[in-house]
Design a protein around this ligand. Structure first.
Ligand code: SF4
Length: 712
């Protein structure tokens, strides 16, 4: 075995922290994981990258496993028209079949019958070109991505309150310097462990941590105070806390007067949520609410961070709005080491929505209905603005109508696995089967790829260059460290090949840097302005925070913007806007038939639908399958013990998985992780009721019944 001399500095393929890592090339022809020429990479620490300072979780440390030829696709597949089975094919045949399927659907049912579904793990360059492909080549309105299932509620609430959405409007390092941190529905100890260094530093410096979560997670165990509201009641809890802030005279009147609008309505709504009522709704004792308000208001600075637990609800936007209200009323926003932020989830959930994968947005975080935005982007693309489609269906609505009259009939899907990750997954699977043509671009033969007519094997993180935007809005660069296996192409090659076959020969570069240069132009002047960022700067500065306009006449070199809103919010009058919100019930409340709540989440070893991490031997060994957490009192009532197979049933179906009896979960709630397909697929149960603004499905709460599984 020999090691290459020049290690490549790059970033983890998984979550939004985008930890820096170093890849050392290893030439080892005998190694089972080795690729072309017997070459693979070893993941090493990269202590100089500021976000993680060398720390990696098990997912990042083991990320090289998915590069091995045995773990992934290395040849295109097409569904044989005679046998109905997937068989290997050449690239010409596969791209031809894919282009034909998309063109046929448009010809027979109209342009919007060809659709695109993207992913929050795609690089900025891919997300940008995928959006351009949909709007310029297919000219379809129907493009959205799985990031809609991630942080769309937080994005909508931030835009409403601050006029701009960036996951964290401050660097992660600021967390360590805030006086009181309230974390709502997030569990970084399992989802992004290296981020916990900031939480530990915050407490070590005398700060306090309040965790809001129905589960006693590993993060909650480190908290000074843990509030355990029933799933679906976070909005009521935030209103109850604001009620106490007002009642105790802790409102920062000067800040409210100088930097906000809409306080009177927000105040009235909070006063209607008196603490005893909130205790009945949430199960959180009034005394605990009072303690939380003391910790938050007595500290000199404070932050509220939300994650999916607070956001994946049919009232997710209002829930986040209520937490932002708490920050605004107490003067904890737009000030150093204070504010609201969202811990985004997917690797490029942030950049993915900034550059055109979202149904309602054009590159630069521009609205697709804004005539000036359309004119700007159309000029960069060299097309008539009137030919650009308008907004299309949101992610679940797009999936829900696949194969129907008026719905998408042929779908190009890149970097997503909705058979496992979409809500009401059995229904979504049926809809995918109903398509005339499904084209899947992926690294592995995922559960969704199994349904495809064409599967295109694509290169992955260590094999290609491209930028990502992490949860702080820091634009970073992944560097190519080794060649993809023969038979594999990049996603940019795929879009270029499809565009060519569909009659658009230009405008789809296959080099990432060339795509980024065009993205800079398209984003210039938009909210997410990347025009002052280039690859050389990212390399030199280890990431640049957007917005970062280009230097030019009268505009000096821009340093990037690590902290937003310190002088003014991004609203027309510069003031933050309080949300006018009141508690409302979840779309499904427990009843006689379905007396319990189900909530879902992640485990330490796995990422999202598990398509990559389930194929990583050490992660699969660490967490080999789904389970159902039940409280000991519920277990006693059901007559079940640790390991007893349980059947969990919602209005959408039943799943079976072994019990884990633990008081980590509330007695009226059960918890399941969502990383697995098959009989234990948690998303068979979840409710696709949508938030009216963000179109976020209600992943985090539905009504279920639980019983011991009947065994033969
Ligand atoms: Fe990768 Fe996220 Fe783990 Fe960092 S925390 S190593 S980015 S999965």
């Amino acid at each position: 075995m020999t090691s290459g001399a020049q290690p490549a500095d790059t970033h983890c393929p998984y979550c939004s922290l985008q930890c820096g890592m170093r890849l050392r090339r290893i030439v080892s022809p005998e190694s089972p994981g080795a690729g072309p020429g017997g070459t693979t990479v070893a993941v090493e620490e990269r202590p100089d990258f500021p976000v993680n300072r060398g720390a990696l979780c098990g997912k990042g440390r083991s990320a090289a496993a998915v590069l091995a030829p045995g773990a992934r696709l290395t040849a295109p597949l097409v569904r044989d028209r005679r046998t109905g089975r997937l068989r290997e094919a050449g690239w010409d045949e596969a791209l031809g079949r894919a282009a034909e399927g998309l063109a046929d659907a448009a010809a027979r049912h109209g342009r919007d019958a060809a659709g695109v579904f993207g992913g929050g793990g795609l690089t900025n360059e891919k997300a940008y070109l995928l959006g351009k492909f949909a709007r310029v080549v297919l000219r379809t309105a129907n493009i959205d991505y799985n990031g809609r299932f991630c942080m769309s509620s937080a994005a909508a609430a931030q835009r409403a309150a601050f006029g701009l959405d960036r996951g964290l409007p401050f660097p992660l390092a600021d967390i360590a310097r805030t006086g009181c941190l309230v974390l709502v529905g997030g569990n970084p100890a399992d989802t992004m462990p290296p981020a916990m260094r900031y939480f530990r530093a915050q407490q070590a410096a005398g700060g306090t941590l309040v965790v809001v979560d129905p589960r006693r997670t590993r993060t909650a165990e480190t908290a000074d105070l843990h509030l355990r509201p029933a799933p679906g009641t976070d909005l009521a809890l935030a209103l109850g806390l604001l009620h106490l802030v007002v009642a105790d005279g802790r409102v920062d009147e000067a800040f409210v007067a100088a930097r906000t609008t809409g306080w009177e309505r927000a105040r009235e709504a909070a006063m209607a949520h008196w603490p005893e009522r909130v205790e009945r709704l949430t199960g959180v004792p009034v005394a605990a609410m009072r303690r939380a308000v003391e910790l938050f208001c007595d500290a000199p600075t404070g932050m509220v961070l939300t994650a999916r637990g607070g956001e994946q609800h049919s009232k997710g936007v209002d829930t986040v709005g209520a937490w932002i209200n708490l920050c605004l009323a107490t003067g904890r926003a737009g000030r150093p080491h204070s504010g609201y932020g969202c811990l985004t989830g997917q690797g490029n959930g942030q950049g993915g929505r900034e550059h055109g994968q979202k149904a309602d947005q054009l590159p630069g975080y521009r609205s697709i209905t804004d005539p000036a935005a359309r004119a700007h982007v159309a000029a960069v693309w060299g097309v008539d603005p009137d030919t650009l489609p308008g907004p299309g269906r949101s992610a679940y609505e797009l999936l829900d109508t696949l194969g129907t009259d008026g719905g998408v009939r042929a779908l190009l899907l890149m970097g997503s696995n909705p058979v496992v990750s979409a809500p009401h997954a059995s229904h979504v699977t049926e809809r995918l089967r109903a398509l005339d043509c499904l084209v899947v671009c992926d690294v592995v033969r995922s559960e969704t790829a199994e349904l495809a007519d064409v599967v295109l094997p694509t290169a992955q993180w260590a094999e290609e260059t491209g930028t990502m935007t992490n949860l702080e809005g820091r634009v970073i660069l992944r560097r190519r460290a080794l060649d993809p296996p023969p038979g594999v192409r990049t996603d940019l090659d795929v879009l270029h090949g499809l565009a060519e076959r569909l009659g658009v020969g230009k405008g789809f570069p296959t080099e990432a840097e060339e795509a980024f240069e065009e993205l800079r132009e398209a984003s210039a002047g938009g909210q997410a302005d990347y025009s002052g960022i280039d690859y050389a700067r990212i390399r030199a500065e280890d990431g640049v925070f957007w917005p970062c306009p280009r230097a030019g006449a009268g505009r000096p070199h821009h340093p990037g913007t690590p902290r937003l809103f310190l002088d003014r919010f991004a609203t027309p009058d510069g003031r933050a806007r309080f949300a006018d919100v009141s508690h409302r019930a979840a779309a499904e409340e427990p009843d006689a038939d379905y007396p319990l709540r189900l909530t879902t989440g992640r485990v330490l070893a796995h990422y999202q639908s598990g398509a990559q991490t389930r194929r990583t031997p050490e992660l699969d060994r660490a967490a080999p399958g789904p389970f159902v957490e039940v409280h000991p009192r519920l277990a006693a009532r059901l007559g079940v013990a640790d390991g007893t197979p349980l059947t969990v049933t919602s209005r959408r179906g039943s799943v079976t998985a072994p019990a884990v009896v633990t008081d980590r979960i509330r007695a009226d709630t059960v918890f399941m992780p969502f990383h697995w397909p098959g009989p234990g697929r948690a998303n068979t149960l979840t409710n696709p009721a949508l938030d009216p603004v963000s179109r976020m499905p209600e992943f985090k709460v539905c009504a279920v019944r639980v019983e011991a599984a009947v065994t033969e």
